[in-house]
Design a protein around this ligand. Structure first.
Ligand code: GLU
Ligand code: MG
Length: 437
C-alpha cells in the first residue's frame, strides 16, 4: 500500500443518528479538505437504508459536507487500521447552512443561549452492549469480573478516546449482562454531541476489530433493562461562573435553573420525539426500569425524566461547580445535535416565560394514582414514536426553533421508519435496531 497517502473520512450524523460520509484519498501533509459533495436526501435515509417513497428531492439535489477541522480524529486501532475522520455540517452549494442540518441547528441554539449571556456545559453519558469473544459466561452487574474479562479492550478504548480528544472519564460494567457505560468530561457548546458521535464510532470500530460488536441501541430484548443516553447539563456565564445552583432554591436550583428545568419539563412529550427517536426507544421508556416514563423532575430520583444530580462535599470542587441536572429520556437512536438543540430550546422557553420550578417528584411516579399525577401536571411520556411525533408537531416552540424544513424532514424520515417496523413484534424490533446502532 502506498504510504504517502492518507484516507480521511468526512462525516455527518443524519436524522436517524447514523453517521455517514465520504472518504478522500489525499497526499500526506495535504491540508484537510474544507468540504466534500453530499446529497440532501441522505438526511432522511432510514436506519434500515430505505428511503421514503414520496419525498421532495427524488433523484435531484446537491449539497456539501463542510468540514469542522477542530473535530479531526486521527488514531490507530490496536492492530490497525487508522481511523482518520472529521465531523461536518451540511451546507448548500453557496456555503450557507443547509436548513435540515442537525449540527447547524445545535450551533444555532447554542448561539441563542449565548446571546442571553448563558453558556451550556454538558456531557453525554452512554450505556452500550459489548460482546467480545472469550469473555465467558454471564458475570454479575457492576462486577470487577466483568470489567477484567473485557481487558485489554477497556483500557485500549479509553486510551484511543483520549487520543481522539473526547476526554473519557469512566468505563464501568453496568447492571445488565454485557452492558457497559462510558462517561466523558463535560464541555461547552456542541462539543458534547461531537464527543458522543466520535466515541460511538471508535467503540464500535474497536469492538469489531476485536472480533465482537458494540451496540448503543436502547434495548436488545423487550422487557429487559435498557441502554440510555443521559445528558448532563448546567448553565454558566461568560466569566466562568456556574449559574444553576442555589442552596436555598427548590431542589438546590437557582431561579434561573428552575426556569430552565421547568421549560424542559413543559416540553418533555415533544422532546421525546427528538431524544428517543426510534420505534425501539419506546420499548425502553417504561416505568420501574430507571429509564424514565413520566414528565417530571426529581431530586436524585432515577425514575424522573429530569434528575437533579447529587453534589459531593468531600472533594475540592465546590458544590456549585459540580451541580448539574440529567435528562434521561434519551438514547443513541436520537441524533445528539437534535437532542442538545432541543433541550436548549425547551430550557430557553422556560427562562423567557419566567417559569417556576415544577413539583419535585422524589419517588417513583408510577406508584401514584393517575389523578394525583394529573393534579401536579405530570403525564406519562409518549408510549410510541408515532405519539411523540404528534406531540412534536403540536409544539410551536420546538417547531420554531428547529425551523420548518428540519421539522418536515424529520417527520418524513421518522414516519417512514415507523412504516418499516409495521407488523414486527417487540423482540424483532429490538433485534433489528441492535444490529445497526
Ligand atoms: N439503564 C438505565 C436506562 O435505561 C439507566 C440506569 C442508570 O441510572 O444508570 O436509562
Ligand atoms: Mg448507567
Amino acid at each position: 500500500m502506498s504510504t504517502d497517502h492518507r484516507l480521511t473520512h468526512y462525516l455527518v450524523t443524519d436524522l436517524g443518528a447514523i453517521t455517514r460520509g465520504r472518504g478522500q484519498w489525499a497526499a500526506k501533509g495535504e491540508p484537510l479538505k474544507s468540504g466534500v459533495g453530499w446529497v440532501p436526501i441522505n438526511q432522511v435515509i432510514s436506519p434500515f437504508d430505505t428511503i421514503p417513497a414520496v419525498n421532495p428531492w427524488g433523484s435531484h439535489g446537491d449539497c456539501r459536507l463542510r468540514t469542522d477541522a477542530d473535530t479531526l480524529v486521527d488514531v490507530t486501532l490496536p492492530d490497525g487500521p487508522d481511523l482518520r475522520f472529521a465531523l461536518c455540517d451540511i451546507s448548500d452549494l453557496t456555503g450557507a447552512d443547509l436548513d435540515m442540518c442537525a449540527r447547524s441547528f445545535a450551533r444555532r441554539m447554542v448561539a441563542e443561549l449565548e446571546a442571553e449571556g448563558l453558556r451550556l456545559f454538558s456531557s453525554f453519558e452512554q450505556e452500550f452492549w459489548l460482546d467480545l469473544p472469550g469473555t465467558g459466561a454471564a458475570t454479575p452487574g457492576f462486577s470487577y469480573q466483568r470489567a477484567i474479562r473485557h481487558e485489554p479492550f477497556g483500557a485500549q478504548l479509553m486510551d484511543l478516546l483520549q487520543q481522539a480528544g473526547v476526554a473519557p472519564e469512566m468505563l464501568l460494567a453496568e447492571f445488565a449482562q454485557d452492558q457497559f457505560e462510558l462517561t466523558m468530561e463535560p464541555s461547552f457548546g456542541i462539543a458534547s454531541a461531537d464527543r458522543a458521535v466520535i466515541s460511538r464510532e471508535i467503540t464500535r470500530a474497536m469492538a469489531h476489530q476485536a472480533g465482537g460488536s458494540a451496540s448503543f441501541c436502547p434495548l436488545r430484548l423487550s422487557g429487559g433493562v435498557g441502554s440510555g443516553v443521559h445528558i448532563h447539563l448546567s448553565l454558566w456565564d461568560r466569566d466562568g461562573n456556574p449559574l444553576l445552583h442555589d442552596l436555598e432554591g427548590v431542589g438546590g436550583l437557582s431561579v434561573l435553573g428552575q426556569a430552565f428545568c421547568a421549560g424542559i419539563v413543559r416540553h418533555m412529550p415533544a422532546l421525546c420525539a427528538l431524544t428517543a427517536s426510534s420505534v425501539v426507544s419506546y420499548e425502553r421508556l417504561q416505568p420501574h426500569r430507571w429509564s424514565s416514563a413520566f414528565t417530571c423532575m426529581g431530586d436524585r430520583n432515577r425514575e424522573a425524566t429530569l434528575r437533579i444530580c447529587p453534589v459531593v462535599g468531600s472533594g475540592s470542587t465546590p458544590p456549585e461547580r459540580q451541580f448539574n441536572v440529567e435528562y434521561r429520556a434519551a438514547d443513541a437512536t436520537a441524533n445528539p445535535y437534535l437532542i442538545l438543540g432541543a433541550l436548549i430550546a425547551a430550557g430557553l422557553d422556560g427562562i423567557r416565560a419566567g417559569l417556576t420550578a415544577p413539583p419535585l417528584m422524589n419517588v417513583d411516579p408510577s406508584d401514584f394514582p393517575a389523578e394525583q399525577l394529573a393534579a401536579q401536571g405530570i403525564e406519562r411520556l409518549p408510549q410510541s414514536l408515532g405519539e411523540a411525533l404528534g406531540r412534536l408537531e403540536a409544539d410551536d416552540v420546538l417547531r420554531a426553533a428547529l425551523g420548518e424544513p428540519l421539522v418536515a424532514a424529520f417527520l418524513l424520515a421518522k414516519r417512514h421508519e415507523i412504516e418499516e417496523c409495521d407488523g414486527m413484534d417487540a423482540d424483532a424490533v429490538c433485534q433489528r435496531y441492535a444490529a445497526i446502532y
